[in-house]
Design a protein around this ligand. Structure first.
Ligand code: ADP
Ligand code: MG
Length: 309
């Protein structure tokens, strides 16, 4: 069966939609800047479970996932629209008040203004989060700029959100009585923090040749960069910043860490290191071939990150 990625590639080719394929659409604004548009759909029991989170955290996450796409393009988020499909059972409670509190708290921190949206009734909660950002003209970070020899960097730690999901599946709840490492992992899953400042710096300094946010897992998201750039990649397992308690597999294939992955020309390594990011590998020539080096062993990294279909 075709995956959602196959489907997107198909409609892109079939209808010659050149603008599709990056974390945000880039639309010219004026002589100085471009606009960035991104939209994310979160569906109850597919993308989240109400019993595992708190309304405020869900509000935070609904905005954070879209801000992460703006970060991946090196942009500054400006405005947002938020559409909700709400079941009757939630409409009667304080759920939406708390949801908007969580949404607004992150929006205030980042400086995003809610300028509209829509509300309808649904059998399960549906959240559609649309964010508009801005970036200096021609300076949006794309997935297509990686070159052989570029170094691959990531921000933050990996696999924490995936560990958090496993813990939630096994009954751990936010604020519950488990050790700090596990509680942090649960929060990584439920309340991700988008890397807007690093994204902006990468664009301003023209440091990143290509970038993406880690929403589906490295094995999947790095594959997007490789496909778009016509290159391959090699990851050094020993260099991966694995979150405490998480496994190598979680760091490679676990989604929703919402860190940034980007490539930097080798002569600019020290500038990248000054940002406190971690080098994990190198871009290679063989198109779309992803390899993992573990000591003296080398294996093909197949794309096994999160996918809906
Ligand atoms: P992300 O994980 O960064 O949100 P996706 O994998 O959802 O990105 O989407 C990849 C690209 O495909 C993006 O450019 C997105 O705008 C586009 N896309 C996704 N779904 C659709 C759709 N139904 N119609 C048109 N474009 C889509
Ligand atoms: Mg993305």
């Amino acid at each position: 069966m075709r995956s959602e990625f196959d489907f997107i590639n198909y409609i892109k080719e079939r209808h010659q939609l050149k603008a599709i394929g990056d974390d945000c659409a880039v639309v010219p604004k004026d002589s100085l800047s471009d606009q960035l548009f991104t939209v994310d759909l979160l569906i109850e029991n597919i993308d989240f479970r109400l019993g595992w989170t708190a309304p405020k955290m869900l509000g935070h996450k609904a905005l954070a996932v879209s801000l992460s796409d703006i970060a991946a393009m090196g942009g500054t988020p400006k405005n947002a629209l938020l559409s909700l499909g709400v079941p009757d059972s939630l409409w009667k409670t304080s759920f939406l008040d708390e949801f908007y509190e969580g949404w607004n708290s992150l929006a205030g921190e980042i400086g995003v203004e809610l300028v509209g949206g829509d509300i309808s009734k649904a059998s399960e909660l549906v959240i559609d989060s649309f964010v508009i950002g801005e970036v200096a003209k021609g300076k949006a970070l794309l997935r297509s700029g990686a070159k052989p020899g570029d170094l691959i960097f990531v921000t933050g730690e990996l696999g924490g959100a995936s560990l958090g999901l496993l813990l939630l599946e096994n009954g751990t709840r936010p604020g519950g009585n488990v050790e700090e490492i596990l509680q942090n992992a649960v929060l990584r899953q439920l309340k991700p923090m988008p890397q807007i400042n690093i994204g902006k710096l990468l664009s301003e300094k023209e440091l990143a040749a290509a970038a993406i946010d880690l929403s589906d897992g490295i094995s999947s998201d790095l594959a997007h960069i490789c496909e778009a750039s016509g290159v391959g990649a090699e990851i050094d397992a020993s260099k991966l910043p694995i979150a405490r308690g998480a496994t190598l597999e979680m760091a490679l294939n676990g989604g929703e860490d919402f860190e940034l992955l980007f490539t930097v020309p080798p002569e600019r390594r020290s500038e990248a290191e000054q940002l406190g990011v971690v080098e994990i590998g190198e871009i290679t020539e063989t198109a779309s071939q992803l390899e993992l080096v573990e000591g003296t062993e080398r294996r093909r990294l197949s794309r096994s990150g999160y996918r809906h279909f």
